[in-house]
Write a protein that binds this ligand. Structure first.
Ligand code: ATP
Ligand code: MG
Length: 216
């Protein structure tokens, strides 16, 4: 764990950082730099005892699990894949909202393929969540792990369908794909290191309470 009298918050760049700023402000915390402009990975704040570390979205739970960060903000998608070991998840922050979906090329009859009991090739970054979803539905799948640009997989002949996050559907549409099944709604959660919460409750609880008050 890091310093006993200070707080480290793990955030990812982009929409999570942007949408977290109002929550931090409600807790009286203002980062001194924007990670989009700065290349710094450790960012100070107006409070000498609070710092922000900028990590890959999927690495946020790991930093918090091992106590390298006391708090973090991560999508439910990321938390399900991580498993949540060692993490206290007190709050749905209702930011970075989207949904996890099955998407297939326009014209591919997904429902008919499922009814036939066809074995489907599914490309995704979300192997664990996809495995559970298709197992619960009794759909036979071969899962192919990708790290990004899932939309390309059906177009290039790598997979029949993908499991990916969708918000407007614009990226699917641009690639001639369509949503064929919603798996679950997604939003970002506050995660807290369990040992930190015990040892630094006087520092952490007011931040957690301010976040709770600021969630609409
Ligand atoms: P990287 O871009 O570094 O590979 P990433 O793609 O996981 O990481 P982002 O695209 O910034 O990172 O997504 C971070 C989180 O924001 C996701 O885990 C998810 O919870 C949420 N998210 C992703 N896509 C959307 C979207 N289209 N709309 C709203 N929230 C989204
Ligand atoms: Mg991304």
């Amino acid at each position: 764990m890091n310093a006993i009298n200070a707080i480290t918050i793990a955030l990812s760049k982009g929409r999570i950082f942007e949408e977290t700023l109002p929550l931090l402000a409600a807790a009286g915390i203002v980062p001194s730099e924007n990670p989009e402009q700065s290349r710094k990975l450790i960012i100070g704040t107006n409070r000498p005892d609070v710092r922000v570390v900028i990590v890959r979205a999927s690495d946020v739970p790991t930093y918090v699990q091992y106590g390298a960060a006391d708090l973090g903000i991560a999508g439910k998608d990321v938390l399900l894949e991580h498993g949540g070991t060692g993490l206290y998840q007190p709050l749905d922050l209702k930011i970075a909202k989207c949904r996890l979906c099955v998407a297939a090329p326009v014209g591919f009859d997904y429902a008919a393929a499922v009814r036939r009991g066809a074995r489907l090739r599914i490309a995704t970054k979300y192997i664990q969540t996809a495995r559970e979803h298709f197992a619960a539905k009794g759909v036979h799948v071969d899962l192919i792990k990708l790290y990004g640009s899932m939309e390309l997989a059906p177009l290039a002949g790598l997979a029949d369908a993908i499991v990916d996050l969708v918000s407007s559907g614009g990226t699917l549409k641009a690639n001639n794909l369509t949503e064929v099944e919603e798996i679950m709604p997604i939003s970002s959660r506050l995660v807290v290191n369990q040992a930190s919460l015990k040892m630094k409750r006087d520092l952490l609880q007011p931040v957690i309470d301010s976040f709770a008050g600021a969630v609409q």
